[in-house]
Design a protein around this ligand. Structure first.
Ligand code: CA
Ligand code: CA
Length: 438
């Protein structure tokens, strides 16, 4: 991990990083390598759920004083905080470390992971009591305080009417958690997100019979927001796949959460031409079955996924609750440890059409759909390893005791162009992911 630095050291010592980024970038001309106009592009009319109603324009209307170019996490956060909800464009140059100097830098003085392991070992603590009631001066209390420090550092809140766009081929964030929370009209394009690593996972002795380590921090979360376009981004565990993580109490010390979660009544989201790769629990649309969550989510969570590459994932591409989700023209490439692609959850109405699936030998097409709750699905014109396959029929034939009902009860209208499913692997392989626009 690198220590983030101010850009322009001499002036920064006089005026501070924040003043510098605003002063310098407010009038910065477009740089060579930025394709003309990419930063001011808006979601095309009719392009998925984010085109519904007023559509999604992000910061396209920004005046010159609200166009920023950033190269550090501090500059990025300062640009996000400047100017309220006035339209703004934030251009990200290069890969920005968002994860701080080290995990130790977030730990409170008396936090000691060895003491944590000693106190909560299943042999002594057991597996029936969570750690939630532990006091502030306990190992769990010190973990909570340390986690709060990391939380404040790696989360960045995106305001309304904003476009965040990577410049050129190598723009992105290591360890950032983008919070698109309670706002309208946001575009995020051409950025590579290497998943955050939670420095302080929490042990839950009661999660499954064996207990689990649980982590926070999605690379991006759309929380109660509307009109969001995620386009040509790459989400990956990168240099820190789960295979590199240690085990404690016989369980993987899981330090990842989701790549892109869409929750708490979020609505009108289009995710197009992204790569989601090398991850376990990838995308949640809706994060709970609880009555309180249902009251917020029911009638919302409308999301379109098209022309995305879902590669080497374990599950949730996405897992859906409540929402009308349209997933078409995506390519799913399964690897070792593949569990399922689409999770059919409470009151979901998934439409999955014209997609391509590439499964390794031994993986079953019946696993592409996973039934969590009784909810109808539309699945048509999908191809598995080059063969047209009825995903519902093959699921119902291969998975004993789980019967999915066909017919989601709605027909997607917001699609611009539907490609033949068999052309999708080539199209997506050549054009999806960060570094292709901007
Ligand atoms: Ca780093
Ligand atoms: Ca999450």
């Amino acid at each position: 991990m690198r220590t983030p630095k101010c850009h322009g050291r001499v002036i920064a010592t006089l005026v501070g990083c924040t003043a510098l980024v605003l002063a310098v970038t407010g009038t910065a001309p477009a740089q060579a390598g930025q394709r003309a106009g990419a930063e001011r592009q808006v979601l095309p009319a009719g392009d998925g759920w984010a085109a519904y109603g007023a559509g999604t324009t992000g910061g396209a209307a920004a005046d010159r004083s609200h166009v920023y170019t950033v190269t550090t996490w501090e500059q990025f956060k300062a640009a996000l905080a400047d100017g309220g909800s006035a339209p703004k464009i934030i251009r990200v140059r290069g890969t920005i470390d968002a994860d701080g100097p080290s995990c130790d830098s977030f730990a409170v003085p008396r936090y000691d992971f060895g003491a944590y392991l000693a106190k909560y070992a299943p042999e002594s603590w057991g597996r029936t009591t969570t750690l939630d009631g532990e006091p502030a001066d306990s190992p769990e209390g010190l973990r909570r305080a340390s986690a709060a420090n990391q939380d404040a550092y790696i989360k960045a809140e995106v305001p309304a009417n904003t476009t965040v766009i990577g410049v050129g081929k190598d723009a992105g964030f290591n360890g950032a958690s983008l919070q698109i929370k309670g706002v309208d009209n946001v575009i995020v394009r051409n950025l590579r997100f290497e998943s955050p690593l939670d420095c302080f996972p929490q042990w839950d002795p009661t999660d499954t019979a064996d207990g689990n380590w649980n982590s926070e921090y999605d690379s991006a979360v759309v929380y109660g927001s509307t009109h969001v376009w995620m386009d040509h981004d790459t989400f990956t565990d990168g240099d820190h796949p789960d295979s590199t993580l240690p085990y404690y109490f016989g369980r993987i010390y899981e330090q990842h959460d989701g790549e892109l979660d869409i929750v708490k009544g979020a609505d009108y989201v289009t995710a197009s031409w992204n790569v989601f790769e090398d991850h376990d629990k990838t995308i949640l649309v809706g994060n709970s079955d609880s009555a309180a969550t249902a009251a917020v989510d029911r009638g919302h969570l409308k999301v379109t996924f098209h022309h995305n590459l879902f590669r080497n994932l374990v599950e949730r591409a996405p897992r859906v609750r409540f929402g009308q989700v349209d997933s078409y023209n995506n390519h799913f490439v399964a690897g070792d440890g593949y569990s399922y692609s689409y999770g059919i959850g409470m009151e979901s109405q998934l439409v999955a059409e014209h997609n391509a699936f590439t499964l390794p030998a031994g993986a079953k097409a019946g696993s592409i759909l996973k039934k969590w709750k009784e909810a109808p699905v539309t699945a048509a014109d999908n191809y598995v390893n080059g063969r047209r396959t009825d995903l519902i029929a093959v699921h119902n034939a291969e998975v004993p005791g789980e019967t999915l009902q066909s017919g989601a009860g709605w027909t997607p209208a917001l699609r611009t162009r539907v490609d033949p499913a068999r052309a999708v692997p080539g199209l997506v392989g050549h054009r999806a992911g960060a570094g292709r626009v901007g």
